[in-house]
Design a protein around this ligand. Structure first.
Ligand SMILES: Cc1cc2nc3c(=O)[nH]c(=O)nc-3n(C[C@H](O)[C@H](O)[C@H](O)COP(=O)(O)O)c2cc1C
Length: 366
């Protein structure tokens, strides 16, 4: 297998990456009162120095009173938090890396184990936290408009601070995905509907506002997942035809890159083809895609949260798909959380130095 294909440069608008490796967004909860600290800046700078092509930040929440369920998750609004992010991006650029924040609104959430609760009730499409389970508030049209504007302000701030792109978090059962998901979106207005394209209206309006704020030349990514943390086998799009009808309007609204989240990148998306989610997304839209999910590891991330350890695994199957042109970029999560030098070690062929992942790594920023 040709490892060099992972080390080809990639250019798209403001992105000018030295290789195809993307650090996947990973929540670390080390930003007290929503402000990223110097330790957080140092954590990202080390990944840039370790030859990661593009760093996506941990999810960082937009300016809505209940966009977060955790006081230690960074904000992407307010003077202090943005000053913290300025240090992050300056450090990454100083180490010749590129970076974008993952802008996030959690939607309706379970309460955090710390006991912290946001200053306003959680908000989502219809007041469901899980299928059939009510919690929080259904958003009014005014709430929706204000949330869309808040995503746009975060994107504008990302550009103003000098970030190289922005990623909209549309995956994993959070706000935008709650609108996509019929079980949680039972609205009867223009933001609901029987079909996935109808329920995509909120996501599309977020993308359009983000694009309006950053202009045509700034790279915009959206992260999507078919699976939900509540249901790993769930598929928003059950066929390629449904996937095409979902994704093309998102691309037409202004996203450049589809970040296709799976727990295991090698799992086929539909019967009859070995293409994964990122493979289908690229084939159906022509847009650039990022694959992710257990690259270089034996076990997947949701099991890791429950304490399952993973060992290093071969990159051969990943490279086979990358060489075939299934996707453009490769998201790497836990290996880069545990080891800032992971990309450099892969580039230098030091595979015997690669580490596995265990839950203890979550306790510190290394
Ligand atoms: C500690 C941790 C925090 C995560 N936080 C986020 C997040 O904030 N936003 C997001 O989109 N995905 C998040 N994820 C998912 C990762 O971005 C990635 O998709 C997942 O870990 C699979 O990649 P991996 O197998 O290489 O770890 C998180 C994963 C981990 C392990």
């Amino acid at each position: 297998m040709n490892i060099n294909s992972l080390f080809q440069p990639f250019k798209l608008k403001t992105l000018n990456m030295k290789n195809r490796i993307v650090m996947a967004p990973m929540t670390r909860s080390f930003s007290p009162d929503g402000v990223p600290t110097l330790d957080v800046a140092d954590y990202y700078r080390k990944r840039a120095a370790g030859d990661v092509g593009l760093i996506l930040s941990e999810g960082t929440v937009i300016d809505r009173p209940s966009s977060s369920n955790d006081a230690n998750i960074p904000h992407f609004y307010g003077e202090h938090a943005l000053a913290g992010w300025q240090k992050v991006i300056d450090g990454v650029h100083g180490a010749h890396g590129q970076m974008g924040p993952q802008i996030w609104h959690m939607g309706i959430m379970a309460d955090h184990h710390s006991g912290w609760i946001p200053p306003a009730p959680f908000e989502g499409p219809s007041g469901f936290v899980n299928p059939g389970e009510k919690k929080g508030q259904a958003m009014t049209e005014r709430d929706i408009t204000e949330a869309i504007l808040a995503y746009g302000r975060a994107a504008a701030d990302a550009k103003r601070l000098g970030f190289d792109c922005v990623e909209i978090h549309g995956a994993h059962g959070y706000l935008i995905d709650q609108f996509f998901w019929n079980e949680l979106n039972q609205r009867t207005d223009q933001y609901g509907g029987a079909t996935l394209p109808e329920r995509s209206r909120f996501g599309i309006e977020v993308i359009k506002e983000v694009r309006r704020q950053v202009g045509n030349d700034f790279a915009v990514i959206i992260r999507l997942s078919q699976f939900k943390p509540q249901d790993y086998n769930y598929k928003l799009a059950k066929t390629p035809i449904e996937m095409e009808a979902w994704l093309n309007p998102l691309v037409n609204a202004g996203v450049d890159i589809l970040h296709c989240s799976q727990r295991r990148f090698w799992e086929p998306e539909f019967e009859g083809s070995d293409l994964n989610f990122a493979g289908w997304a690229k084939k159906l839209t022509g847009a650039a895609t990022i694959t992710v999910g257990s690259v270089g590891l034996t076990g997947e991330f949701m099991a890791a949260f429950r304490g399952e350890a993973s060992q290093p695994a071969s990159l051969d199957e990943l490279l086979r798909r990358l060489d075939r042109g299934d996707f453009d970029l490769v998201g790497v999560g836990r290996p880069l959380l545990a080891d800032p030098e992971w990309a450099k070690k892969v580039i230098e062929g030091k595979t015997e130095e690669l580490k596995g992942f265990s839950k203890e790594a979550l306790a510190t920023l290394v």
